[in-house]
Design a protein around this ligand. Structure first.
Ligand SMILES: CC(C)(COP(=O)(O)OP(=O)(O)OC[C@H]1O[C@@H](n2cnc3c(N)ncnc32)[C@H](O)[C@@H]1OP(=O)(O)O)[C@@H](O)C(=O)NCCC(=O)NCCS
Length: 189
């Protein structure tokens, strides 16, 4: 396993500005962002202060240029947010999540661990762990792999194709087999 890359914050990043919230006043208590020491914060990233809690960036998380993280967002470890991603306030993101260029996420959305969000996606609903979503509004992408039910169907069809000579129905096959005495017990297919 390679050693974790050292974290950095680019000098042009703007960290801890007041939340972009109309009710905010100079007297409102705000919480400075909590950025893990191994997080990487690139040029022109903005990470707002929190209203209720610190806005958090997890260990090893990589924020590319022009990412905006709104107030009270919580990002897990080892995420990658590509250039121009916008998280509105109070978004929660799990570990190892990837967001493609220019994706944006509506306030108060939760994105589970190991999620991939496509470039340009507009996320307006919670995303369960492990899924890939894209589009506007973002929806789950169809898996390239068949589900378990489909695998069972293919398996059964394959087994039948091995058992049945071409052109014979299963019933014919069993009748012929019984006549020839291959199959003692016809109660089992
Ligand atoms: C969403 C993503 C992860 C899916 O990758 P994938 O699993 O390899 O999917 P595919 O490229 O095979 O595409 C599957 C389908 O989703 C569609 N699709 C893929 N990405 C899409 C996107 N961002 N928005 C809308 N539809 C998308 C494809 O057109 C395809 O549709 P079809 O089945 O009707 O032909 C990828 O396309 C993506 O957007 N990655 C982000 C890249 C990025 O910004 N990287 C940052 C680099 S610094």
């Amino acid at each position: 396993m390679s050693a974790p890359r050292p974290g950095f914050i680019h000098p042009s990043a703007v960290i801890g500005e007041p939340p972009e919230w109309r009710d905010w006043t100079e007297l409102t208590t705000i919480f400075a962002p909590d950025i893990a020491s191994t997080a990487q914060v690139n040029a022109f990233v903005t990470i707002d202060a929190g209203i209720r809690n610190p806005t958090r960036i997890g260990e090893g998380t990589f924020l590319m240029a022009h990412v905006h993280i709104g107030h009270d967002c919580v990002l897990g470890a080892d995420c990658e947010l590509a250039a121009g991603v916008v998280l509105a306030g109070m978004v929660t993101v799990g570990d190892r999540v990837h967001l493609g260029v220019g994706a944006c996420v509506r306030p108060e959305i939760t994105i589970g661990h190991d999620v991939r969000i496509g470039a340009g996606a507009v996320v307006v609903a919670d995303v369960p762990a492990g899924e890939t979503w894209a589009g506007n509004p973002a929806k789950p992408l169809k898996s390239p792999w068949p589900g378990e039910g489909e695998i069972d169907k293919v398996h059964m069809a394959y087994e039948r194709s091995l058992l049945l000579p071409e052109g014979q129905s299963e019933l014919e096959q069993r009748q012929r087999a019984a006549r020839r005495g291959w199959m003692g017990d016809l109660s089992h297919p």
